[in-house]
Each structure stands twice: as structure tokens, then as C-alpha cells.
Design a protein around this ligand. Structure first.
Ligand code: C5P
Length: 227
């Protein structure tokens, strides 16, 4: 039988894009496919972890053997994640969370009565930042892995995000590169920790990237995670 290095570890993965409703038939979302998060969830499951997947809108159905919690909007995802933090050892925050949501959500389908229409948006909670703050008053747990999709100055933005959101690791990908990012079957990422670059992961399937990420996390939380 295969070794189970994550046996006994409770892993929470968020995946997919959030959906921010405008009216009963319209919404704002993004191009996240959910594939990277699903790959991490599967890889962690196969290493023996107890996996919970908090899922927004995704292109495919979630993998088997994993508890799936649906969370449509950023606000719902925020609640679903925060209420599970105390029972979580490792978080992978792979979801593409909308930064803004419509201020008002119309209860009836909106009619086209004017030539111009402005949609007022308000900031969503930053879930990753909230986890970072929660950790500080809860003994430094869970171990948090954030994601950063960038098109320019990838390293600079990744390290800035790591410090601001108090993550243990940031997985940065340049979504402008071919073979990386939204919807792609493969990914190319760079992993950063407090000390700077941890590893450049060249183009490979998202499942193979997930395995590399789990290797890095296992090494990093050595002592709390059995290797
Ligand atoms: O700031 P940016 O959205 O680029 O940061 C990306 C990381 O932050 C991802 O891990 C994403 O899941 C997380 N995030 C979040 N809540 C938000 C925005 C981003 O958890 N409102």
C-alpha cells in the first residue's frame, strides 16, 4: 500500500470562482476552473488527509472521497472557511474570490429601462487575510498556503501578498504565460515563503504541481506533519 504521509491531517481546500449575484438570473464571476484546487484536494486525499473542499463555481464536478461544501459568494465562502478553521491543520486557498460584489441584489429580474446603468459594487471580505489574522490569536495554526495570479512583477506581488495576508507560503503563477493559469490542464508556478523563493515548479500537470506543493508543505511543517 502507498505511504500516507498526511494521515490524520485535516486539509481544507478552496477552489473555483465565487459568484456574486446581481438579480435572480445575473451574476459576476471569473474564469477560474477549479482544477488546481481539485488537484490539490485529490493529491491530499491520496496521501491520507481528511479533506474538505469549499467550492465556488467550477467547470467540472468535485473529486470522490472528499467532503464538498458549496459556497457560492465570497461572503458564503468566508463563513464556510472561518467556521472550519479550528478543525483544520492546513489550508490551501486556491479559490478565485471576487474582490467586489453588487451593493444591492435585486429580488426581481432587472428591466432595461435606461440607456446607461451603473452597478454599484462594494468590497468583499478578504478570506485569506482573515485567516492570517485568526492564526495570530490561535497559536499560529493552521498552516496557510495562498495563491497569487499575476501578469507582471510576479515575485514582488507574491511576496507583498505573503506578508500582508500572513501566509506561510504563496504559490504564484503568471497567468499571462502559455500553459499556466485559468482553465489550463497544466501550470507553471513559483512558491515563496518568508525567506523568499522556495521553488520554481516548471510546466507540468496540475496534479503534478499539487504533489510538489504537498512535498513542500510537508517539509515546511515538519514536526506537526508526519513525513
Ligand atoms: O489579492 P489576491 O486576490 O490576488 O490574492 C489571491 C489570494 O487571496 C488567493 O489565495 C485567494 O483565494 C485569496 N483571496 C481571498 N479573499 C479575497 C480575495 C483573495 O481569500 N477576497
Amino acid at each position: 500500500t502507498a505511504p500516507k504521509p498526511l494521515a490524520g491531517q485535516r486539509v481544507l481546500v478552496t477552489a473555483g470562482g465565487t459568484v456574486e449575484r446581481i438579480d435572480p438570473v445575473r451574476y459576476i464571476t471569473n474564469d477560474s476552473s477549479g482544477k488546481m484546487g481539485f488537484a490539490i484536494a485529490e493529491a491530499a486525499r491520496d496521501r491520507g488527509a481528511e479533506v474538505t473542499l469549499v467550492c465556488g463555481r467550477t467547470e467540472t464536478t468535485a473529486p470522490n472521497g472528499i467532503r464538498v461544501v458549496k459556497a457560492e459568494s465570497a461572503a458564503e465562502m468566508h463563513e464556510a472557511v472561518m467556521e472550519r478553521l479550528a478543525a483544520t491543520d492546513i489550508v490551501f486557498k486556491a479559490a478565485a474570490v471576487a474582490d467586489y460584489r453588487p451593493l444591492h441584489r435585486a429580488t426581481q429580474k432587472m428591466k432595461k429601462t435606461t440607456d446607461q446603468l451603473s452597478l454599484e459594487l462594494v468590497r468583499n471580505p478578504d478570506i485569506l487575510q482573515a485567516i492570517g489574522e485568526w492564526k495570530e490569536t490561535n497559536g499560529g495554526k493552521p498552516f496557510v498556503v495562498g495563491f497569487a495570479a499575476e501578469t507582471t512583477d510576479v515575485e514582488k506581488h507574491a511576496l507583498d501578498k505573503l506578508n500582508r495576508k500572513k501566509c506561510d507560503l504563496i504559490v504564484a503563477n503568471n497567468v499571462a504565460e502559455a500553459g499556466a493559469g485559468f482553465g489550463s490542464e497544466t501550470n507553471i508556478v513559483s512558491v515563496y515563503g518568508q525567506g523568499g523563493l522556495v521553488e520554481h515548479v516548471p510546466q507540468m500537470t496540475k496534479r503534478a504541481v499539487a504533489e510538489r506543493l504537498l512535498d513542500i508543505v510537508q517539509a515546511d511543517v515538519k514536526g506537526t506533519v508526519k513525513r
